[in-house]
Design a protein around this ligand. Sequence first.
Ligand SMILES: NC(=O)C1=CN([C@@H]2O[C@H](COP(=O)(O)OP(=O)(O)OC[C@H]3O[C@@H](n4cnc5c(N)ncnc54)[C@H](OP(=O)(O)O)[C@@H]3O)[C@@H](O)[C@H]2O)C=CC1
Ligand SMILES: O=C(O)C1=N[C@H](C(=O)O)C[C@H](O)C1
Length: 274
Amino acid sequence: MSAAMKLVVVGAGGRMGQTVLRLIQETEGAVLHAAVERPGSPAIGKDAGELAGLGSIGVPVSDDPLAAFVHADGVIDFTSPAASVEYAGLAAQARIVHVVGTTGCTAEDDAKIAAAARHARIVKSGNMSLGVNLLSVLVKQAAQALDAAGWDIEVLEMHHKRKVDAPSGTALLLGRAAAEGRGIDLATHSVRVRDGHTGPREDGSIGFATLRGGSVIGEHSVLFAGEGETITLSHSAGDRSLFARGALRAALWARDKKPGLYSMLDVLGLSSSI
Ligand SMILES: NC(=O)C1=CN([C@@H]2O[C@H](COP(=O)(O)OP(=O)(O)OC[C@H]3O[C@@H](n4cnc5c(N)ncnc54)[C@H](OP(=O)(O)O)[C@@H]3O)[C@@H](O)[C@H]2O)C=CC1
Ligand SMILES: O=C(O)C1=N[C@H](C(=O)O)C[C@H](O)C1
């Protein structure tokens, strides 16, 4: 049996970072190696267990990712696009696994992360849950089956008021699945904002609507609106631990894989269904 996978949690003080810290303690085959926050964070020097409400576990939060990565097997990263790009480069140097849950990355960020995947095993997804990834398979199938002239696709999401990017990574993932089902490019067919005299809806476009408020963890619906009937495919997240569980599953899965850029569909064995 192989030794437990030594994991670094970056963004350890964040909502997801703390959730991952808690989940690692109950995950067989994984052990917390280090916890990292941005330089200047008030979390630096605090015990990671205390930060996550677990009591002391003897791992102080550090601002030195290089030192943290050097003897680690993997990194779990729910931070910011700039931080994730930096961590992908460091994971490549250290030849380790990098699980990226961060959303809001630009095409340029994604290209840098893809370049780092020449040496690191990177799993990146806008949503680490089994439910959303299965939903994306269903969305692709529905989009394939329903004619663009008769069925309009709209992606609706709601999140807590502290979320900083829109549309959510999940909404974009679901939009991409719909676009793949239709055999079109999402970038040239998406309508991300509507305001004022918009004119009628263009056939074949994929619309996005974003709601923010309160403590909502993550609500996503893909609506297929036809003449006189609407089909709605939805996912509701009740707890952040479902994302953390998916991220840990991804790290353990990637451990014996070749360097490359993988998705949660690969991890969950759903990539052939999409
Ligand atoms: N793929 C998925 O399944 C999910 C993805 N997400 C995504 O994960 C990201 C984080 O979400 P959430 O936890 O809610 O956000 P938070 O703001 O609560 O957490 C982010 C943490 O990262 C820290 N951070 C920022 N820069 C660095 C750095 N350079 N090094 C180390 N830590 C850093 C922040 O510190 P500070 O606050 O001090 O700046 C903060 O503690 C978002 O992009 C979100 O959309 C969230 C849930 C699920
Ligand atoms: O910021 C969040 O909270 C979440 N972000 C991800 C996203 O952008 O889709 C995943 C999840 O919905 C929670």
